[in-house]
Design a protein. Structure first.
Length: 386
């Protein structure tokens, strides 16, 4: 059975340079012509997460907080999805590939997204405040820095009115990669990460039961990024039997595929649990005891909790050649390229020492602002649309 995240139509188009040029100029012209016949709606908002693939990340957190904030009670808020029927609990949804989507986008007073709203085109709403939350891209190249990649090809500029960062390092990296003025960067942290600071042990216990983590076992969360060359399909190189042989007495392995890929549903057993379909990754992070990853942005989020982090950069040179990295993350955290050696390091590690010597210095460098981003995001929206 497949966890199908079909490649977005705009991503398919961008894989052909000629097709993308035609799409970009023709469709951008049509959308901006359509814009001339519309009037703005000062009480309309549009939320888009991962191009309409998910209801998650900071976009979800901001939305749910907004529903409880009296300042926004008179606003109509739309969510755009590839499959709106999957979200019957959201009052207002629209198909991200429909004409209605562009109608709402052009009229909306506010856009909130963790990627982009424009569908790889060149337009902005008539009177729109554009909030980009980011979703965690360090340490891999992104935006205009990854322009040689077909997945990131764009002829347009990023039109965000504000963009979030969790440290000054992120602020300057993001401003450079997205080509936006430094004044539009706000070092407030990520709303999705607020829960990582404020969760209770009762909530964590509830999550562990819900996920199926056995009593007395530690949970390893393995959450890799996606591979460019895999064409949005899963790359699963874990030797589950080896991990179970070396760690099965004391651990279970939680596997979380990247949110933009198509993955095979794995067979769960007493050691391995596939949590890819659990949409809120922050819950899985809270429930787990340690993280194994490669170059994924989840590393930067996870360090906030002061839990052990181990790297498995088994294809470092290949990944760096194809996608590119801003820095060698292997110099920052404990790593092994061989998974057998990695499991032995985990088994023998002094977790307190790992956190003190690697994770906390990493956090102090890259994640200096966290815990209250949601309220700051709501204030930014409110203060900029009055």
């Amino acid at each position: 059975m497949k966890n199908v995240i079909n490649m977005d139509i705009t991503t398919k188009i961008k894989r052909s340079k000629l097709l993308y040029y035609v799409y970009y100029y023709v469709m951008s012209g049509l959308v901006n012509l359509y814009k001339l016949f519309l009037k703005p709606d000062g009480k309309l908002m549009l939320f888009v997460c991962y191009g309409g693939r998910h209801y998650s990340d900071s976009t979800r957190v901001i939305y749910e907080a907004m529903l409880k904030d009296e300042r926004f009670k008179d606003y109509i808020i739309y969510w755009a999805f590839k499959n709106p029927e999957k979200y019957p609990f959201i009052p207002n949804t629209v198909n991200v590939n429909s004409l209605k989507y562009f109608n709402i986008a052009l009229r909306a007073r506010v856009w909130v997204t963790n990627v982009i709203v424009e569908r790889a085109l060149n337009f902005k709403g008539i009177n729109t405040y554009y909030m980009h939350t980011t979703h965690g891209v360090l340490c891999k190249l992104d935006g205009k820095d990854a322009i040689d990649s077909a997945n990131f090809r764009t002829l347009s500029t990023f039109k965000w009115d504000c963009c979030f960062a969790s440290s000054d390092i992120e602020k300057y990296v993001y401003a450079g990669m997205f080509g936006i003025p430094i004044g539009k960067m706000h070092v407030i942290g990520m709303p999705k990460n607020d829960i990582l600071v404020h969760y209770t042990e009762d909530y964590r216990s509830e999550l562990r039961k819900r996920i199926g983590i056995p009593e007395g076992k530690k949970a390893i969360l393995y959450a890799p990024t996606f591979r460019e060359e895999a064409n949005f399909k899963e790359v699963f190189d874990v030797d589950v039997n080896l991990w179970k042989q070396n760690l099965g007495d004391d651990y279970v392995l939680l596997y979380r595929a990247h949110p933009v890929i198509s993955s095979d549903t794995k067979q769960n057993n007493d050691f391995f649990i596939d949590v890819t379909n659990y949409e809120i990754v922050e819950d899985i992070m809270i429930a787990s005891d340690l993280l194994v990853s490669d170059y994924s942005g989840i590393i930067f989020d996870y360090c906030i909790m002061d839990k052990p982090i181990f790297l498995w950069p088994y294809d470092y040179d290949k990944y760096n050649a194809i996608r590119g990295l801003y820095f060698d993350i292997r110099k920052e955290l404990l790593y092994k390229e061989d998974q057998g050696e990695l499991t032995k390091v985990i088994k023998e590690a002094d977790f307190k020492k790992v956190v003190e010597e690697y994770v906390i210095p990493f956090k102090n460098k890259y994640e200096t602002e966290y815990g209250n981003a949601t309220s700051k995001a709501l204030d930014l929206i409110y203060n900029n649309i009055q």
